[in-house]
Write a protein that binds this ligand. Structure first.
Ligand SMILES: C[S@@+](CC[C@H](N)C(=O)[O-])C[C@H]1O[C@@H](n2cnc3c(N)ncnc32)[C@H](O)[C@@H]1O
Ligand code: SF4
Length: 374
């Protein structure tokens, strides 16, 4: 618009709300309101965060995510043509950014199995208005890629690590990969300057809960932030039962008894982790309590599967594919309207309704986490 003066006013037309830009009180430019406002879902939640699964395959077989017996050598994962290309991921990300997304997280499956991932990081960090690009990895390949990811523009990283006990680690990763590779990956991330480094640990009663404090002890005072995740009933194949969940409150009490904690505020609305700092100043821990303290009310996350399906909840059973539209010549405008309508129709709040929904007869099929992106 260069130096042209304009002032907006809102006009209601039958069937459409429009903003009229009155330029120097002479000519009028009509801009649909849908272009300038970010949509709110049916519970008034905006879309701020897009989680992108870049790879459905994984080099681990964590029993709580991809149990080995179900994801064996003959399991049919997507082929490379079925997965969105980097160009397609960047295009969809830009459209989400137009609708209000400010944070992108790459995940999977194991994202570091995707060839040339740093190229994608570079493209995503270049998108104007993107404030944060993050990556969640099991860390086994991090030693090889940490410096390259940092050079491409990645600032921070989340590494999943459930236990420092080698036997429990092996059990919880399905017997693949090595604890030392993950620890080495964390060291490389630190040397590369990725900051903060966060550790995600899924805690299961009777499996690794007795080793949770070892993680705290190891990383306290190092700048690395450990976050404990309640074991969730994602997907249909992990045989979840509520008695294996260790409520965050219980874990927090155990940690606080040894190293007193004090609450910290959340960094931003919709942040999933409840943060606590050590009273002695040696850093912080986080708790992600999707089971015992659901945070659906603030959930502003959309998810894009590696084959281009948009899901509006981690526990969804259906999504909307953008891949055919992307490959069938749809314009940005058409794609934008599709995504907008998906968001406008969103009403998910599975975690708040978990008990009720699980008891209800009927279809309980949910999308799997490795496919949709954790
Ligand atoms: C699905 S993984 C994908 C990224 C990468 N492979 C990794 O493990 O970090 C993302 C996160 O989801 C967590 N996760 C997977 N299944 C889970 C479950 N049933 N309950 C809670 N967290 C789970 C993992 O521990 C990990 O931190
Ligand atoms: S949690 Fe991550 S590392 Fe473990 S099986 Fe799932 S995708 Fe792989």
């Amino acid at each position: 618009m260069n130096s042209v003066h304009w002032r907006p006013c809102i006009g209601i037309r039958p069937g459409a709300v429009v903003i009229t830009l009155q330029i120097m009180a002479k000519s009028e430019v009509v801009v649909p309101l849908s272009n300038v406002n970010s949509p709110r879902d049916t519970l008034a939640r905006p879309v701020r965060d897009l989680r992108i699964s870049v790879m459905d395959r994984c080099n681990f077989r964590c029993p709580y995510c991809m149990p080995r017996e179900k994801y064996h050598e003959r399991y049919k994962f997507l082929n490379s043509h079925q997965r969105l290309s980097f160009d397609e991921i960047v295009r969809v990300s830009k459209l989400f950014v137009k609708l209000g997304v400010r944070k992108l997280r790459l995940t999977g499956g194991e994202p570091l199995l995707r060839t040339n991932l740093s190229d994608l990081i570079g493209d995503l960090t270049d998108i104007p208005s993107v404030e944060d690009v993050a990556l969640t990895t099991n860390g086994v390949l991090l030693g090889r890629y940490a410096a390259e990811l940092k050079a491409a523009g990645l600032k921070r990283i989340t590494v999943s690590l459930d236990s420092l006990d080698p036997d429990i680690f092996a059990r919880m990763s399905g017997g693949f990969g090595g604890l030392n590779d993950v620890l080495d990956g964390i060291e490389h991330a630190r040397s590369a300057g990725l900051d903060p480094i966060k550790i995600n640990a899924v805690i299961q009663r009777g499996v690794n809960d007795h080793t949770a404090l070892d993680l705290v002890e190891r990383f306290r005072g190092t700048g690395v932030i450990v976050r404990f995740i309640e074991y969730m009933d994602v997907g249909n194949r992990n045989e979840w039962t509520p008695d294996v969940v260790v409520p965050s409150r219980e874990l927090m009490a155990r940690i606080s008894e040894r190293w007193p904690l004090q609450p910290l505020g959340r960094d931003y609305r919709g942040e999933v982790a409840e943060r606590y700092s050590f009273v002695d100043g040696k850093g912080e821990v986080g708790f992600i309590s999707s089971v015992t303290q659901p945070f659906c009310g603030d959930c502003s996350r959309a998810r894009l599967s590696s084959d281009g399906v948009v899901y509006t909840c981690l526990f969804a059973n259906t999504g909307t594919s953008l891949r055919d539209l992307l490959r069938g010549g749809a314009s940005d405008e058409q794609l934008l309207e599709t995504i907008r309508n998906i968001w406008l129709g969103r009403s998910d709040r599975y975690s708040e309704l978990r008990a009720e929904l699980r008891e209800k007869p009927g279809d309980h099929h949910k999308v799997e986490m490795f496919y949709i992106g954790g």
